[in-house]
Design a protein around this ligand. Sequence first.
Ligand SMILES: NCc1[nH]cc(CCC(=O)O)c1CC(=O)O
Length: 315
Amino acid sequence: MSDGVIRIGTRASLLATTQSRLVADLIEKHLGRETELVEVTTEGDRSSASLATIGGTGVFVSALREALFAGHVDVAVHSLKDLPTAPDPRIELAAVPPREDPRDVVVARDGLTLGELPVGSRVGTGAPRRAAQLHALGLGLEIVDIRGNVDTRIGKVRSGEYDAVVLARAGLARIGRLHEATEVLDPLQVLPAPGQGALAVECRSLDTELLSDLAVLDDAGTRAAVTAERSVLATLEGGCSAPIGAMAEVAEGDDGLELWVRAVALSPDGTLAVRMSATGTLQEAADLGARLARDMLAEGAGELTDAPAETVRRQ
Ligand SMILES: NCc1[nH]cc(CCC(=O)O)c1CC(=O)O
């Protein structure tokens, strides 16, 4: 099978197939192997129920992993931010290709920015992380739950149902609709989800030959950044259930490359927040993220509820 067609499992949405096509092209270019996309329908695509009720973002991932276990596909491509933090010993994160800009963007009516929208404007997002940070901006926006693919969400602005929606810049860029964004959100105010803008290329742990072949697709800087971000998330998840944002970047330091990580944990209504940052080497990415998260827990990130508490900083 080592010279046969590599079957790549993908969700069926335009964004997912575009991302999987990108990985297929990388595989064909760097491994000189033929590829084939195999569409897998996930519970997250079938249901329009809120993500929380059908099991969180993991629902997008599990059907693709099942297809891997069953041998229907050889590789699965996910948006990295949709991966659960708990590792599965049967699965290996074979490669993390260079990421897109991880920031969030606004698509608002009439070309407006968030600050230009009148008080009471309806802004759609299904992500508690985005909702809390939007509340924290103090602009008096009404945050409304929204589901559906990127096209559906933008459609709700065009139809007038919402005044704006907040989306991942990477998603818009990949499907060629970045021109619809009316504002790029500053990470100092709105931090993206851990892993946002990056792709996860997974294969079976036992498929050692393919696993080592796929390593050429890996980008060391992106790998270090998402490792730190997911380590923040995993460590905080043990101690709090608050919405969390995190973003790491590689920068040139005095002694070579440095990794910068910023993170936020907020109460759902955005009135309380713990924001912190840390810097270290690329090699210590996982430790750096875990240390940052522990510092945040020490600052009260574990007690972020909507009721103001003495122990946490007010915003
Ligand atoms: N939660 C859904 C999801 N998963 C990945 C992306 C976009 C691509 C990415 O962030 O890598 C999106 C849509 C969005 O958040 O706007």
